[in-house]
Design a protein around this ligand. Structure first.
Ligand code: C2O
Ligand code: CU
Ligand code: CU
Length: 562
């Protein structure tokens, strides 16, 4: 984290207008100020590489944090989140003859150890573990989940009451759980305003009419989501189907879920969430913790056999992008992305995951018997260790050369193209104050209203210096392309679109079904979406949770065919 020595000053003219009364013109003026400054300063917006974040911003570390380098690495085995067991079976609301499993999952405050040499850490767990239990189902087999809020009534992380949705008169502890990537009726989607307090619960039915994929659940409370997820309210949901099971991929104990996220801990082993220097407004624009956890443990190890494994990886971080690689120099075979299998395996040396994205990876330890291999992130930072057993084993699993065909949606099928700007309001120093989608705040009227079963192209026009992982609820989509453009001209000359390069196709590892897409800075990222599923109100948003909590989220309506 860059800790610049710089006086933080929020300009009154911008910061005091970042409420819903701010007009589109105010926003673009605010946006323009920094661009003009950058231009005059001779900085080019046409960046060659794509950094995650354009600048470092100031945050306050109110207390000293634990340095993970001071701990002995690889002393704890990698925990595998338990698979949830149904409490009972109930008649299915979709009229099927089969009964549907019913799960009751309660959110509770727990104490658990993230490292052998640390004291227990207070966290908010679903059931009793962080990540929570993994739900599993077969495609088409619906399930009930009763998400019960049994949390205490006091929050232990810094709520910013100036954020929309987190006003002081609202109870501090509230939750609502969303199933990321699930095609569900809007009433069970975990709408950010459908939160409820300790002592209450929500009963959702998930029809699970979708292909095999690894989805995940997490808190989605308006204005609190970043804190509730940081506290631990997240877990996995694996949908399986007969097509995938017919592929003979590594399974059972050779299929390992891997939930990655970063945190800060204080010297007392407790979660620490940094704050801004502005009194009464603790929100920070992004968080990069110095401790990276795998399945809730800090620097764990996994004993593996010299054979193929399937890793189902989730980036569950608030804001950190992962770029994973193996110290052995070996490659991964990526077989799937957010919404399931790719059409064919892709060999990747570095697996990149933005917050919310998933990767389905095959790792072959067959040639590495007896070795100790480190899974590392950027700057060689270790995430975990694999201890490969000596000798030889008989590996009967296989990775077919073709997986599930991915039918490409033709651009000609689209009935509408929406141009959607990803913007940011900054103060005079270029520090961010609010992030916006198409200049609109959460509470403004719905502007995206696709018709059920129609196909649309969404152009995500990123005029900020940051990469934003954009996620749409309920649907899966394909990435068409990314194209560099002149963000300055776009903002200063009435949405003039001046391209600065040719369209670039998605990376092979992204060329499948997605629900979250990286919108790179200075680029227009185009996705094509079929709004299949249900009519109703959903949301789309940036999956950097700090952005999402500060207006980078919008409702959208799927409307009935007339
Ligand atoms: Cu991961 Cu709106 O969700
Ligand atoms: Cu989602
Ligand atoms: Cu963002």
């Amino acid at each position: 984290m860059g800790m610049r020595k710089k006086v933080f000053c929020v300009s009154i003219s911008f910061s005091d207008k970042t409420d819903s009364t701010m007009t589109g013109n105010d926003v673009s003026r605010a946006l323009t100020t920094r661009r003009t400054f950058l231009k005059r300063g001779g900085m080019s917006l046409a960046l060659l590489s794509v950094p995650q974040m354009g600048r470092h911003r100031q945050v306050v570390m109110a207390k000293p944090v634990l340095d993970p380098n001071s701990l002995t690495p690889f002393v704890d085995p990698l925990p595998i989140p338990p698979v949830a067991r149904p409490n009972d079976f109930r008649p299915s609301p979709d009229g099927g003859k089969q009964k549907a499993p019913y799960y009751r999952l309660a959110m509770r405050q727990v104490q658990s150890k993230v490292h052998r040499d640390m004291k227990p850490t207070m966290q908010w767990a679903v059931d009793s573990t962080v990540p929570g239990p993994t739900l599993e189902t077969q495609s088409g087999q619906g399930m009930f989940v009763e998400w019960a809020n049994e949390l205490p009534t006091a929050h232990f992380l810094p709520i910013d009451h100036s954020l929309h949705g987190a006003e002081a008169e609202k109870p501090d502890v509230r939750s609502v759980i969303h199933m990321h990537g699930a095609r569900v009726p809007a009433t069970a989607d975990g709408y950010p305003e459908d939160w409820y307090v300790p002592g209450k619960s929500a009963m959702y039915f998930y029809p699970n009419m979708q292909d095999a994929a690894m989805l995940w659940y997490h808190d989605h409370t308006l204005g609190l989501n970043r804190l509730n997820v940081y506290a631990g309210l997240l877990g996995l949901f694996i949908v399986r189907d007969s097509f995938e099971s017919g592929l003979n991929l590594p399974g059972g104990k050779y299929e390992v879920p891997l939930v990655l996220y970063d945190r800060f801990f204080d010297q007392n082993s407790q979660l620490y969430y940094p704050v801004s220097p502005v009194a009464g407004k603790p929100w920070i624009p992004e968080l990069f913790g110095n401790a990276i956890l795998a399945n809730g443990k800090l620097l764990p190890y996994l004993e593996v056999e010299p054979r193929k494994y399937r890793f189902r990886v989730l980036n569950g971080a608030n804001g950190r992008f992962f770029h994973l690689s193996m110290s052995s120099g070996q490659t991964f075979q990526q077989i799937g992305t957010d919404q399931g299998l790719l059409s064919a395996p892709v060999t990747v040396k570095i697996c990149s995951l933005a917050p919310g994205e998933r990767a389905d990876l095959i790792v072959d330890f067959g040639d590495h018997s007896g070795e100790q291999i480190i899974l590392k992130n950027d700057m060689l930072l270790p995430v975990m260790q694999f201890r490969v057993a000596k000798g030889k084993v008989n590996d009967e699993s296989s990775v077919p050369s073709t997986l599930r065909p991915v039918h490409k949606i033709a651009e000609s099928e689209a009935v509408k193209t929406r141009s959607l700007m990803l913007g940011e309001i900054t103060d005079l120093h270029g520090d961010s104050v609010t992030m916006l989608l198409n200049n609109a705040h959460w509470s403004m009227p719905v502007t995206e209203n696709p018709t059920l079963d129609s196909v649309e192209i969404w152009e995500l026009i990123n005029v900020t210096d940051d990469a934003h992982p954009i996620h749409l609820h309920m649907v899966k989509f394909q990435i068409l392309d990314r194209r560099r453009f002149d963000a300055f001209a776009y903002q200063n000359e009435k949405n003039l679109l001046r391209y600065r390069g040719n369209p670039m196709p998605p990376e092979p590892s992204e060329a499948g079904w997605k629900d979250t897409v990286r919108a790179d800075p200075g680029m227009i990222t185009r996705i094509i979406v079929k709004f299949e599923g249900y009519v109703g109100r959903y949301v789309w948003h940036c999956h950097i949770l700090e952005h999402e909590d500060n207006e980078m989220m919008r409702p959208y309506d799927v409307i009935a065919k007339s």
